[in-house]
Design a binder for this molecule. Structure first.
Ligand code: PMV
Length: 328
């Protein structure tokens, strides 16, 4: 029998303009478009094998078998089996090069790697757009982990028009993305549940009114490499996302004490001429974007914060790709 096996690596991504809220829960169609960057050093590697020898799907993520995670993965494999017209069960082994419990959008890199490896293993040969659409149905922001560099996700009108594509290659801009992993309990409310609450925030409608302008503006500032204005917009956008989560009912507070310490550190460093700006997803960790020449200065300051558990330095990276070396 032909071997239906393939391995892919995919990056995590951090959004400059955020996706928060869906207009279709099942298809994961977002309320608004978003812009992100693929991260060079936060990667998921996944091997998928389909075989008639397997009686059930076996899903191993970071050396463990988790029933809830497995269900979402198997649902995604079913979509791919339908597309490829195969029935074989599979073995999936996936591992992150960053701590699993750190809540660093592992679902984005995870579903991007799974989508590419599983489609390749079945012999399907999808375009980047088709891969992005499929990854989106698995986990929204995963669609942005398929293309290279700086990426835009158009919200689209339907499933086929809601996908991400590269707007600038990784080398377009010499920026660093420093991830400060902050101490604290595991994230309380996942993004799927958090997003369901958006319409209970009095500010959500207002946010949607300005989002197209913001996307246009940030793309222009990236093109011009206008770092200070880009950074101001980035930071304002992150705080706006949290203004929404803080004002839904029930409210969600994603920050930990260390989160606020890092935000303050970034603003203080800036007032002293060391330029960096922060962004934060639905979790406590802080992503600091700076020009490359300022990475070491900012990392040095971050080391002085006791609540910072780990520091991971990234640059804009490549999207999902097939690799030869399998995990099993
Ligand atoms: O696709 P999800 O469920 O990982 O949601 C991502 C939501 C944010 O990370 C908060 C924002 C974003 O655009 O990535």
């Amino acid at each position: 029998m032909k071997k239906l096996k393939a391995t892919a690596v995919a990056p995590s991504n951090i959004a400059f303009i955020k996706y928060w809220g869906k207009k279709d829960e099942i298809l994961r169609l977002p309320e608004n478009g978003s812009v992100s960057v693929s991260l060079s050093n936060l990667l998921t590697k996944t091997t998928v094998e389909f075989s008639s020898e397997y009686q059930t799907d076996k899903i191993i993520i970071n050396k463990a078998e988790d029933k809830k995670e497995a269900r979402r993965v198997i649902n995604h494999l079913d979509r791919i089996r339908d597309l490829a017209h195969i029935n074989e069960k599979s073995k999936v082994v996936s591992s992150n090069n960053f701590p699993a419990s750190s809540g660093l959008a592992s679902s984005a890199s995870g579903f991007a790697a799974l989508t590419l490896a599983a489609t390749k293993a079945t012999g399907l040969s999808l375009t980047e757009k088709e891969l992005s659409v499929l990854a989106r149905i698995g986990s929204g922001s995963a669609c942005r982990s398929i293309p290279n560099g700086i990426v835009e996700w158009k919200e689209g009108k339907d499933s086929d028009t809601s996908y991400a594509f590269s707007i600038f290659p990784p080398h377009h801009w010499a920026i660093g993305i420093i991830v400060a992993i902050v101490k604290g309990e595991k994230k309380e409310v996942g993004s799927t549940d958090g997003m369901k609450l958006v319409n209970t925030s009095p500010f959500f409608k207002e946010r949607l009114l300005n989002i197209e302008w913001k996307i246009k503006k940030i793309k222009q500032l990236i093109k011009e490499k206008n770092f200070p204005l880009f950074g101001e917009l980035l930071e304002a956008e992150a705080l706006e996302l949290h203004a929404i989560t803080l004002t839904t009912r029930p409210a969600i507070i994603y920050w930990q004490p260390g989160t606020i310490k890092v935000m303050k550190l970034v603003q203080k460093a800036r007032s002293e001429g060391l330029l960096g700006y922060f962004t934060i997803d639905a979790g406590p960790h802080v992503y600091i974007i700076c020009e490359k020449k300022n990475v070491s200065g900012l990392v040095k300051r971050l080391r002085g914060i006791e609540e910072v558990r780990n520091i991971i330095v990234n640059e804009p990276g490549e999207g999902a790709r097939i690799v030869e070396e399998h995990l099993f």
